[in-house]
Write a protein that binds this ligand. Structure first.
Ligand SMILES: *[C@@H]1O[C@H](CO)[C@@H](O)[C@H](O)[C@H]1NC(C)=O
Ligand SMILES: *[C@@H]1O[C@H](CO)[C@@H](O)[C@H](O)[C@H]1NC(C)=O
Ligand SMILES: *[C@@H]1O[C@H](CO)[C@@H](O)[C@H](O)[C@H]1NC(C)=O
Ligand SMILES: *[C@@H]1O[C@H](CO)[C@@H](O)[C@H](O)[C@H]1NC(C)=O
Ligand SMILES: *[C@@H]1O[C@H](CO)[C@@H](O)[C@H](O)[C@H]1NC(C)=O
Length: 519
């Protein structure tokens, strides 16, 4: 009787809790909580990839503040302003929303300006699930105080729904992500010390030291941990290169089997176990579902597109595939094509000048008889990421000013873009004697530029941002690996560049050398 009453009381309490939390947005506190929701759980959703990406570009301070290593206002990584006020005047997120809030969303891959700024692991499903309506539903949202460009108050995950009034978020599928959960995702980036992990796992679950670890992998029951480890090594490794991403998918309850089936279909993997065994018996080890396959547009020494590939399965090479290049992912006009020469990895230089949006695809050609004509047709196996004009590098701060500098390319030439924050009203006066220099290497001394231009001679671009003025300049130096732009500041009148005393000049910004931003 007593027990029943307690149970009843307990149920009543839980009911009250549900009613209360229904009105506000639920907070996910642990990686485990991701398991109980649908967010990003299957192909071709990109939500968990966004979460992984965001977690690797923020830090959580000791008081759980969320510090951004980028500026969403400047549209870094394709962040977009989100209007939280609905047509009916209500707010969407945070109903008791104070007026000083501003929101930014991440992940609208249907926009070319967004998808080109995100890494291949975030966009690969979007490019390859070409006709799926589910390939662009997931979003992350940052809630910030107006005017604080590098600190977020809250992080949300959500899904869009298409309404008559335009894009809206599905309130039922919106959750807040706690700083602790973000820290757990970050913890996955530390390489797992297997010995230590096994030692920890072999001790009983009741051992308190296990639960207190900030690495969520170590909180798994040991049999599950070992199963996942095997599964991850065997299957996921051929699809997702990054170990920490594989762990996030595992811990968040992603549909691994479903994704592996998609992989088998795309790469025509043999399901015949005996055939696989036969292939591995000889000296030559052939794994028929190897990967992860990568095709990318990079840069030659002199501003042309270099096609690179790696991890192409051998059974695909047998089909004599080609890498082809299109102006954009929506274009069907072939620009150039190159044979893979039966190599699983390699690169080949083209004569296409580098430009934003170039799109590489892996195809096979075959003769087809259509309408009585014999012609060559191609079928696409895999679509790579589009080339980004700035190589996905965000602008670097100009020290001491609310301004930043970005290196990008147009027509294969090195170009520089200046972002001047609206609040920096005195910039023309302040930068009167400043210029941007272009260098072939970050080792070159400051006076050994290949090309330069005064800031005052940059061209204004007026359609990109509400918060910044944007100025651009195209140099005569070809883009290529190692090229760097520097912002040089001088407070003195300089009549000719030759009479300039270099001691009075300060370098206030250096871009990351071209193509050096990846490991
Ligand atoms: C946001 O949307 C509401 C309703 O459509 C509109 O009244 C308001 O001006 C918008 N705010 C901004 C900053 O665009
Ligand atoms: C959210 O859930 C409620 C209740 O289950 C439902 O009536 C409503 O249509 C859902 N909203 C969306 C956008 O799916
Ligand atoms: C928990 O495991 C650690 C080894 O990782 C050990 O040093 C510690 O004594 C164990 N604690 C208990 C209560 O068993
Ligand atoms: C940049 O602008 C903010 C206000 O928008 C201001 O508080 C800050 O001092 C400025 N920083 C510099 C270096 O001028
Ligand atoms: C800005 O305008 C230029 C031409 O005026 C155009 O080429 C470019 O795509 C536009 N950019 C955006 C982000 O709208």
């Amino acid at each position: 009787m007593m027990l029943q009453r307690r149970l009843f009381y307990f149920l009543f309490l839980s009911l009250v809790c549900v009613v209360v939390t229904d009105e506000t947005i639920e907070i996910l506190k642990n990686i485990e909580d991701l398991k109980n929701i649908e967010f990003g759980h299957d192909y071709p959703h990109h939500g968990l990839f966004l979460l992984h990406f965001l977690a690797s570009h923020i830090s959580i301070d000791l008081s759980e503040g969320i510090l951004l290593h980028f500026d969403p206002e400047r549209q870094d990584y394709g962040f977009q302003y989100y209007n939280n006020t609905r047509i009916d005047g209500n707010t969407f997120l945070h109903p008791d929303d104070p007026q000083d809030r501003v929101y930014y969303t991440l992940g609208d891959l249907s926009s070319e300006a967004v998808r080109t700024k995100l890494p291949p692991y975030v966009t690969q499903e979007f490019y390859n699930a070409y006709e799926s309506p589910k390939r662009d539903l997931d979003r992350m949202v940052l809630e910030m105080q107006k005017g604080s460009s590098r600190k977020a108050d809250r992080v949300y995950i959500t899904q869009v729904v298409i309404h008559q009034q335009g894009l809206q978020y599905n309130q039922n599928k919106t959750f807040e992500i706690s700083p602790k959960l973000i820290k757990q995702v970050q913890a996955l980036q530390k390489p797992l010390n297997l010995l230590q992990a096994l030692e920890l796992l072999s001790t009983d679950n009741l051992n308190a030291s296990k639960g207190s670890s900030d690495d969520p992998r170590l909180a798994l029951p040991s049999d599950q941990f070992l199963n996942y480890l095997k599964y991850s090594e065997k299957h996921l490794k051929n699809i997702f290169e990054e170990p920490s991403l594989r762990w996030l998918l595992i811990l968040a309850g992603y549909d691994l089997d479903g994704r592996f089936k998609v992989h088998e279909k795309i790469w025509s993997c043999s399901k015949d176990e005996s055939f696989q065994r036969e292939q591995t018996t000889g000296n030559q080890k052939v794994h028929l579902c190897e990967g992860p396959a990568k095709i990318e547009v990079k840069s030659t020494e002199n501003g042309y597109a270099r096609l690179t590939w790696s991890g192409i399965p051998k059974n695909i090479l047998d089909l004599k595939p080609y890498l082809v290049l299109f102006k954009s992912d929506s274009s069907n006009d072939l620009e150039t094509f190159e044979s893979l020469q039966e190599k699983t990895s390699g690169s080949v230089d083209t004569t296409m000048a580098l430009n934003h949006g170039l799109h590489p695809r892996l195809v096979t050609y075959n003769f087809a008889n259509k309408y009585g004509f014999l012609g060559i047709r191609y079928s696409v196996i895999w679509r790579g990421p589009q080339f980004d004009e700035a190589n996905r590098a965000i602008p670097v701060d100009i020290t001491g000013y609310n301004a930043s500098l970005q290196l990008y390319t147009r027509n294969g030439y090195a170009c520089a873009r200046l972002y001047i924050k609206n609040s920096f009203t005195d910039w023309e006066n302040e930068f009167r004697y400043s210029w941007v220099g272009f260098y072939t290497s970050d080792q070159d001394p400051n006076h050994k530029h290949q090309h330069y231009q005064w800031v005052s001679k940059f061209d204004k671009v007026d359609n990109k941002s509400d918060d910044h003025l944007i100025y651009e300049y195209e140099s005569s130096l070809s883009i290529g690996p190692g090229v760097q732009a520097r912002f040089l500041y001088s407070s003195q009148t300089v009549y000719t560049r030759l009479s300039l005393r270099w001691s009075s000049v300060a370098v206030k910004a250096r871009t990351v050398p071209w193509e050096n931003m990846y490991k």
